[in-house]
Design a protein around this ligand. Structure first.
Ligand code: SF4
Length: 196
């Protein structure tokens, strides 16, 4: 995941030995991880953060491995898609900038944002509200499949969502937002119009 442990002052000649020791203790090198896992980040949330209303750091590893299985199945394993999860809307893991952001709303439920980018240069937009943790992967299968089939050369998943329009994707995949969320500014779809 994009949360790193820095081992400083390791002599170049000792590097292989250090990597060997890490692997022997179940810590893979970043290059051995699927891109989906490498490009994921979560905030501490429960039980460390007193503001958390949902899990993040403890839920993300299993979630992202389930996502990685779908990504592999769709032939998207080489794409750099950023995944962000937080245990409350404060956004300490920058969920509003990722290709995909999951923001905890209450225990076991998340708002889902689409349309940011891996470089963190564009805000994403609310795609679905209060989605149970166990439904997140199924929710994303439709957009990921369409991205695979319709993307332009070099286009990121977030870039594709942004170009298509997140509101348009909601209509296309039958996602209903709770009425309480429909008027929020983050739901406004600046980019999308049908058929783009
Ligand atoms: S996003 Fe919320 S739950 Fe996560 S560390 Fe920040 S304040 Fe805590």
């Amino acid at each position: 995941m994009q949360q790193n442990l820095i081992l400083a002052d390791v002599r170049p000649r000792d590097r292989d030995r250090v990597e060997e020791l890490l692997r022997a203790h179940g810590i893979p090198a970043a290059s051995d991880l699927p891109a989906t896992v490498r490009n994921a980040m979560a905030c501490p949330a429960l039980p460390t953060c007193g503001l958390a209303v949902a899990e993040a750091e403890r839920a993300m590893p299993a979630l992202v491995r389930d996502v990685a299985a779908v990504i592999d199945e769709l032939g998207l394993a080489d794409e750099r898609i950023s995944w962000r999860m937080t245990g409350c809307p404060n956004g300490c893991a920058r969920p509003y900038l990722g290709d995909v952001g999951f923001v905890g709303t209450t225990l076991g439920k998340y708002d889902v944002f689409l349309g940011g980018d891996a470089g963190g240069t564009r805000l994403n937009q609310l795609y679905a509200g209060n989605v149970p943790l166990g439904d997140l992967v199924a929710l994303l299968r439709g957009p990921l499949t369409a991205y695979r089939d319709e993307r332009r050369r070099g286009e990121s998943f977030g870039g594709w969502c942004h170009r298509r329009g997140v509101a348009t994707l909601r209509d296309r995949f039958g996602v209903q937002l709770p009425a309480s969320l429909v008027r929020l500014p983050m739901v406004a779809d600046a980019a999308g119009s049908p058929g783009r």
